[in-house]
Each structure stands twice: as C-alpha cells, then as structure tokens.
Design a protein around this ligand. Structure first.
Ligand code: MN
Length: 497
C-alpha cells in the first residue's frame, strides 16, 4: 500500500494552513475506511481503485482544502463504487462529510453531450446541484485524476469526458478562481478532445521554447539586480511555460498568427506589498519599453473571480518580447487556489494582511450561506431555486440534457429552447412520461418530451402561456405571417368574385 501514497503524504501537500491533531486524525480515519471499502477493486488501467482515491485527496491537499474536504475526497467513491453504505458514512464521519460524499455522487450522474447551447445551463446546474463549493472542488479534483488516466478508457468515452472537462469543469474551476486547476484540467483534456490541434501546439511550443527561455532569463537577471539596488524585497521570481490549451485558444483569437503570441512563458515577480508591486512596474518600464496596450492593472481593477496582479509586456531590446506579472504573496495564493485559498486563510483566521473586500467574494459567501440553510432545512432544490438562481428551473430532455428555463415556463418554452423547428411543430408534450396540456407549468427536475407532427403549427393561443422571448418571438412571427397570408388569400378570393 505504501507505493500508493500514505495519509502522511497527503497531509504534507497541504499549503496555506497547518492541520491540527484532529484534522490529521480525520484524514487517517478516512484513509483507512476508504482503503477497506475499495479492497480488491480495480481501475480500467488495472491498478487498484484506491490509487484514484489517493490522487483525488492529493489534489485537494494541493489546493489547500480543509481536512473535512480532503476526508470527503478520500471517501468520494465509497458508496457509488466501493462497499460502504450511506449509514456507515453517516455514523463514522457525520452529516457534513456524508453531505459532501452524497453531493459528489449525485454530480457524477449528470452528463454533458457535447451540445454547446446546453453548456451554460449545465454549468449552472452543476453549481446548483453541488450546493456547496466543496462538492464542486472534490468533483474537479476527481475529474483531474480521471483525465490523467483517460488513455485506459474506450475512445468514444475519452472524447466525451475530455470535452465535458473543457466545456463544463474547467470554466467552473475558473469561476471558483482556481486558475491552477483550470489549466491542469484543460491541459489533461486537450490531447483527447482535439488531438490534431494538440500536436500542432506541442510543435509550436517546442520551437519557440528555447529562444523564449533565453530572453526571459536575461530579463530576470537584470530585473533582480535593479530590485536589489532599489531595496525592493523579492519574495520569489520565477517563470514557467504557459498552459497549452489556453495558448491554443489564444492562437485562435489571433487568427493563427503566432508572431502575435508573446507569452509562451511569463516572468512572475512576487514582492511584499502593493506599493512594491507598483514600484516594480515603474522600474520595469524605466528599463524596457512596454508593448502598447498590454499593461493591465488588475490590482486596482481585480477580475470578477478575485484575481489581482499587474501585467505588462516588454521589448527585451534584442528582438524578444516578455510578459511580466507582478503581485503580492496573497494575490498569488488567490490566483493559484482561488476560493480554496480564501477558505484556507479563513480557517486559520484572517491576519488582516489580506486586503480583500467581501464584495469580491459575495457570491461565494452567498453560496455558503445558502448551502448551510439548505443543509439544515433539507430543502435542497427548492431553496436553491428561490435564492441562488432566482426564478430559474432546471428540466431535462428524455436523453438527460439539462435546460434552464424561467419559473412557470411551459412545454412550449421547452420545445423552443431545444430547437425552433421542434417549437414550430409541437403537437403534444409528455411530462415525466405522461401526456399533459401545453399550458402545464413545468417543475424542477421534470423530464419533458415534445411530440411533433409536420402539420402542427403555432397558434396565437400559445402566447397566453409561453414565457421565453425565444418562444414568443417564433410564435408571433408564425402567427403574423399566417394571418397575412389569410388576408391575402381572402382578398384574392373577393376580387376573383
Ligand atoms: Mn472518482
């Protein structure tokens, strides 16, 4: 078992806070329990299943999640795939951990079928389903390891999982502000989702890498000397090759003109205070000419997910172009671990050094508040509907695609949300397997099947209950056209007489 990783190894990966005695005891207990629950079970790779569980927990530790979440990560597959029962988890680990494990299990049942128009609904649905951001982070940590072992899975399934990771999971990691996890998910999925493009990028990066590294190393050396001379303390200065998937996305934006891509690598400068960040930026611009329109002040104007940093791109003077990112250690923590970093700092007690307005994290706090309320009342979807996604409901196609619609939407809205062709030919609707009138108000989790006939058409009556702009637009267009046609035929008829 030692070859798989011990509880100590998992604990050693936790950054940002020091686990207490009881944290350590909890992780060890979950480790032992999970190992027993997965005994004898194998992964598609032929490895013991428990390897996957350890890898998930290690990812969670790397993202500075708390002991409860790491323990839940160790237990995340014990009910669904292992031999444990819900009751056992409840009695051994309590309601909170059971809630997390159950949440991850539920999320596992939702699938993305590669239809772009449903991606946003599905992302929202994931957030709603998760009810607690810890459930999402466990699911993301679990997915990252599944991607890393994707070569053992059937080819058709490989592509579905890879696309789902890029369309649904990575944007969620981004929304949670865990930049590191977003990049890791995308890069692990990239070769399976777009094999040809992945190869191109690999080639492009390998060609550029060496020259890029020379330029950046030279800038690093000079800047280090200048900062020392000006007595600006350097916490850390480093550079790293950029994520492949995001580089590919960028290449597409620049219409495949690689000359416009400056930042295969970026130099990251971490200094002690906000003041030092601006002083460093000033120094950089004194020594190197900045590329116009590439200076970004995300300290004064943070990104929506809380990201803060100064960015500038400079001409190195010998033909090179280098991107420089300047930030404090706290900003760096947020950039890499996002919400998780917030979580870790909160757990250890805010030391006051972190200048973070609550407003930036308002949606996180909202989410947590709500999760607590929901958890206590047990009214899961109901409360979410009321509070988190005001006035939205989630309904399903018979194939399991998720659609989000306004509250009180009817099957007509549903049909048009699927496709205007379906909307224009509705003859009836089944809700949860039963024929229902088209005026029926849909409820959360309804499975809706639209029955179409080519000779069926919209009527003005539909406008009495269709709510969505899309449905109303199409119905009106049809009805108007139709009545004009009638008038025309009637007039022709009259004149003919
Ligand atoms: Mn799993």
């Amino acid at each position: 078992m030692e070859a798989m990783g011990s509880p100590e190894e998992i604990i050693a990966l936790i950054e940002g806070y020091t686990p207490t005695e009881s944290d350590i005891a909890l992780i060890k207990k979950a480790y032992t329990f999970s190992r027993r629950a997965h005994e004898g079970q194998l992964r598609a790779s032929g490895d013991p299943y428990f390897i996957h569980v350890i890898a998930t927990a290690k990812n969670l530790a790397r993202y500075s999640m708390d002991a409860t979440t790491i323990a839940a990560g160790l237990l995340h597959d014990t009910i669904e795939d292992g031999k444990a029962t819900e009751e056992e988890i409840k009695t051994e680990f309590g309601e909170d951990i059971f809630f997390l494990v159950e949440g991850v299990t539920k999320l596992g049942k939702v699938k993305y079928r590669g239809r772009e128009r449903h991606a946003e609904s599905l992302r929202k649905f994931f957030v709603a389903m998760a009810a607690d951001f810890r459930v999402l982070v466990i699911k993301l940590a679990d997915r990252l390891h599944n991607l890393q072992t994707l070569q053992y899975v059937r080819p058709e399934k490989q592509r579905r999982i890879a696309l789902e990771s890029i369309e649904i999971y990575a944007p969620l990691a981004h929304r949670l502000g865990i930049g590191k996890l977003k990049g890791e998910l995308e890069d692990a999925a990239f070769p399976f989702a777009y094999p040809k493009e992945y190869e191109e990028i690999e080639k492009f990066m390998n060609e550029k890498k060496e020259v890029s590294e020379q330029h950046i190393a030279a800038v690093k050396g000079s800047l280090e000397r200048e900062l020392n001379r000006q007595k600006i303390g350097i916490v850390k200065m480093s550079y790293r090759i950029k994520h492949k998937y995001s580089l590919w996305k960028k290449l597409q934006r620049y219409k495949h003109d690689p000359e416009k891509i400056y930042d295969i690598m970026a130099l990251r400068v971490i200094v002690n205070s906000i003041e030092d960040c601006y002083r460093t930026l000033g120094l950089v611009h004194m020594f190197w000419k900045p590329v116009p329109d590439r200076i970004k002040d995300y300290i004064a104007l943070p990104k929506l997910n809380g990201y803060q940093s100064l960015h500038t791109t400079i001409f190195t003077g010998d033909g090179g172009i280098v991107e420089i990112q300047i930030r404090t250690p706290e900003m760096h923590g947020i950039a890499e671990y996002g919400i998780a970093s917030h979580f870790a700092y909160k757990e250890t007690g805010d030391d006051g050094k972190i200048s973070r307005g609550t407003s930036k994290y308002a949606w996180v706090d909202e989410f947590r508040e709500l999760a607590r309320a929901v958890h206590e009342s047990g009214q899961f979807m109901q409360n979410l509907r009321m509070d988190f996604f005001k006035d939205r409901i989630f309904v399903f196609t018979p194939k399991g695609d998720v659609l989000d619609l306004p509250e009180d939407a009817c099957p007509i809205d549903f049909a048009y949300a699927v496709h205007s062709d379906i909307g224009d030919h509705i003859s009836g609707a089944k809700i949860n397997g039963k024929m229902m009138p088209l005026s029926t108000k849909l409820a959360v989790n309804d499975i809706v099947e639209i029955i179409t006939r080519s000779e069926a058409h919209p009527t003005s009556k539909w406008l009495d209950y269709a709510l969505t702009t899309m449905a109303r637009k199409h119905i009106k267009a049809y009805v108007e056209e139709h009545s004009l046609l009638n008038k025309y035929i009637w007039n022709r008829f009259k004149t003919a007489k």
